[in-house]
Ligand binder design. Structure first.
Ligand code: HEM
Length: 423
């Protein structure tokens, strides 16, 4: 039975009080609050920590519909507050560095053109060819701490792996990759924190990428940036700025997400010993089927992207029975939708064998994650290698002492201390 929409005074009578959102307790475990919202206020207007008011969409059916609804634009010019709320939505520093024209901020027809272009360069074949490099990266990083018996898996494994992988893929020379590591570190540590540092890092990245694109035009290689330039030379046009914005969004969208997939995924396995043993047993027997369904389940159960990126109503519309005014921001809560009991059996249970699992962890519709094949490769390689090389891996801290990063869009641990028998 449909719960009444929010905003109606009669609907609020007799129900438990709304949970506090965006507190420390919420960051540690947002799922009870999301269950409340799904039941009592499935399309819920709330003030975000930045002060911007937005609608949170928490039911699976509404979430899926919203992600594919052309009336919800990705372009921040449609934000009713954009005239005076400048800089409040999006990636800090993005505006000043002129990186706005990337896939997650634009609508068709520009989105269609740019997505077609990048898809020509970022093919499943390119990702498959990349598998040995990802395996080597995982092994090299584990070599760095395997003899110690303890490590912080975020800092020493989950964080460096994706940044080096994307740098390699884009064609950033190895000697420059540690700069990227530092800039990305600034963005992940202080996302939502001191914006000056983040904005400076974004600017440095932008300058570097512009120079790199210039160099690749002169001297193309087999990398993704050269592929993008080549694709654009064959008929379709890609401006210099669009190329830089594309490289930037590949880095930005493909980095913290994958850090969190590895971090949240490992943490969930460590908290569910029976599931972890099942997976370890399957891997030891050479069966990778459970790894494939398992990574999808980890994405559903505690995915890296808590809320999909911003959307803005271009006209008045109704979603889940709730009227939304033109210009209002809409945030689709993927983490809530993926625990909706109306779609998933026993949604709060981690079941690596789950097959009926159309989760929204990679989004849905025209903005569906472009990097999903790479994310799957990295996630599967990282977890399988960890479990194979450190078979008695265990948590090195009380779960209550772990801290989650407080950013709005992403969900991930600040650190993940582990212990194991040294190799
Ligand atoms: C879009 C999730 C890894 C590149 C998205 C969206 C989600 C998502 C939810 C849609 C956002 C929205 O509609 O607002 C994830 C997760 C990942 C991951 C959970 C890791 C586990 C990657 C990687 C790359 C990447 C490795 C590339 C290197 C992109 C791009 C888009 C996107 C370019 C924008 C697509 C468009 O707007 O057409 N991702 N992502 N992602 N992702 Fe990923």
């Amino acid at each position: 039975d449909a719960a009444p929409a929010t905003g109606c005074p009669a609907a609020t009578a007799g129900r438990p009080p709304a949970p506090d959102l965006f507190t420390w307790e919420f960051a540690a475990d947002p799922y009870p609050a999301y269950a409340w919202l799904r039941t009592h206020a499935p399309v819920h207007r709330t003030a975000l920590p930045s002060g911007v008011e937005a609608w949170l969409v928490t039911r699976y059916t509404d979430a899926r519909q919203a992600l594919a609804d052309a009336r919800l634009s990705k372009n921040p010019v449609h934000h009713s507050e954009s005239a005076h709320g400048k800089g409040k939505v999006g990636i800090p520093g993005e505006r000043s560095a002129n990186l706005m024209t990337h896939l997650l901020n634009i609508d068709p027809p520009d989105h269609t053109r740019l997505r077609r272009l990048v898809s020509k360069a970022f093919t499943p074949r390119r990702v498959a060819e990349f598998a040995p490099r990802v395996q080597q990266l995982a092994d090299d990083l584990i070599d760095g701490f395997a003899g110690r018996g303890e490590a912080d898996l975020i800092h020493e494994f989950a964080f460096p792996l994706p940044i080096y992988a994307i740098c390699d893929l884009l064609g950033v020379p190895r000697e420059d990759q540690d700069d990227f590591r530092d800039w990305a570190g600034m963005m992940i540590r202080h996302g939502g924190g001191p914006r000056g540092g983040v904005a400076r890092s974004v600017k440095k990245m932008r300058t570097y990428l512009a120079e790199l694109i210039h160099r690749k035009r002169e001297n193309p290689g087999e990398d993704l940036i050269s592929g993008l330039i080549r694709a654009s030379d064959h008929g379709e046009h890609l401006t210099e700025n669009e190329a830089a914005a594309m490289a930037f969004i590949l880095l930005f969208a493909g980095f913290e997400t994958t850090v969190n997939l590895i971090g949240n995924g490992t943490y969930a396995l460590l908290r569910h010993p029976a599931q972890r043993e099942l997976l370890q047993g399957a891997l030891a027997a050479g069966d990778t089927g459970l790894l494939t369904t398992g990574i999808e389940e980890l994405l559903r159960y505690d995915g890296p992207v808590e809320l999909a990126t911003w959307r803005f109503a271009t006209q008045e519309l109704t979603l889940g029975g709730q009227r939304i005014a033109a210009g209002d921001p809409v945030l689709v809560v993927l983490a809530a939708a993926d625990r909706d009991p109306a779609r998933f059996a026993d949604p709060d249970v981690l079941d690596l064998t789950r097959r009926d699992n159309p989760h929204l962890g990679y989004g849905h519709g025209i903005h569906y994650c472009l990097g999903a094949p790479l994310a799957r490769l990295e996630g599967q390689t990282a977890l399988a290698t960890l479990l194979r090389r450190l078979p008695d891996l265990r948590l090195g801290a009380d779960p209550d002492a772990l801290r989650w990063r407080g950013g709005l869009i992403m969900r991930g641990l600040r650190s993940l201390p582990v212990e194991f028998t040294p190799e």
